[in-house]
Write a protein that binds this ligand. Sequence first.
Ligand SMILES: [Ca+2]
Length: 474
Amino acid sequence: MRVFTLVFLALVSSGAFALSEETKRPNILFISVDDLRPELGCYGAPLVKSPHIDKLAARGTLFTRAYCNIPVCGASRASLMTGIRPTRSRFVSYDTRLDRDTPEAVTLSQHFKENGYQALSYGKVQHFPDDRAETWSEIPWRPDYPVYDGEQKDWRNYLSLENRTIASTQKDGRALPWEKIDVPDEAYFDGGIAKKAADFLTDSRSQERPFFLAVGFFKPHLPFNAPSKYWDLYDPSQFSLPKNYHPPFEAPKIAIHNFGELRQYYGVPRKGPLNEEMALKLVHGYHACVSYTDALIGTVLDALKKGGHDDNTIIVLWGDHGWNLGEHSLWCKHSNFRSSLRVPLLVITPGMPEGKRCDALVELVDVFPSLVELTNTKPPKTLQGDSFRAQLLDSEAPGKREIFSQWKSGATVKTNRHIFTQYLGRKGNILGEMLYDHHEDIEENTNLVEEQPEIANELRERLPRGKQLAEMPE
Ligand SMILES: [Ca+2]
């Protein structure tokens, strides 16, 4: 295997795989899956039914230690799409807008559009379809859903009579945090998104010039609505709550939240722990949605093959942040724990090694510079991440020394062995700190910040100072 790698690297350095102006640039299929935690068959979770993603992983590189830079949808996506890090004042919430936070930055879609690509967005890619829409070749497409009072109220996409009845009585159209109904895949928005992408990939338009096709699936974001057959893939008795269904020992209170996102659904208590029946049904519903999305990814990949694009398309599959299914007593995202920060990331590049698992540290801000390098295009000056092309060529190539995440007042640095978070008040006062040893305590159950002051101090020094990462020089 080592010999193969050396031969391969020699070929690469000799330019055998280098793209030239005469070579047709590769297409890019960019699949985002909302709230997908890295708990899939290919990530070592055999009970999770994700056959299509598992098959995809066998064709390229799976990153085992990929982290988001901020654990909330809109901000994480904005950061990835600009290659710029979040701070306490930039890319902070679910409703982040690029045209407000970084109006001048070259976005990923804009970069490829300006390099002759057709740049298309189907489904949930950026939070707002109208946000810097000019950076795409067409206005980002989403399934039609009713708009009331200027707001998109029906994005939850309930189909069952029970949920629609409940929603009609609620001020903002909310209902149960799940839905199981016997409908075809196409009935929900995500089925429509997969069909739209498949239609393009098998259409002559996809042959005209290289494409950057971003396909964004809404599930497994709450509410956990999926066709019955995906719920039925699982025996409810197989699910249990995690061993660490409790806050970490010695953790600061600020590290734990009240999972307000889930509290907004009908039947979920306003505070306190969930009863076990509800907790286990949420775990079941989440997995049903993962398997539903996995099947739709299969639909898109079949179309990619049918369209004859397999050999000339880079595929990136990523989740925008992690998700807690009871870990640390938490639900949803919005925290500085590994369970909120770690994401799935698969990259398939034609001509590069297949079936690799890479343990190097990578962060989502690295995706943009990687795609720039893989397509031999000129990087925008604003990029703050680093290309992981070297890791795609050799999964054992050394990675970054450290990566960073930010969630509100909490700034996190992750190294090969440790993860350290400091919560800082507006006046620079320390609100709390956490240190976990991932070699000894991967689940982050015991805060070592008092017990290991030397390591804590070293990592404290490695956090960006002053106004945090935001205003770091480029
Ligand atoms: Ca999300």
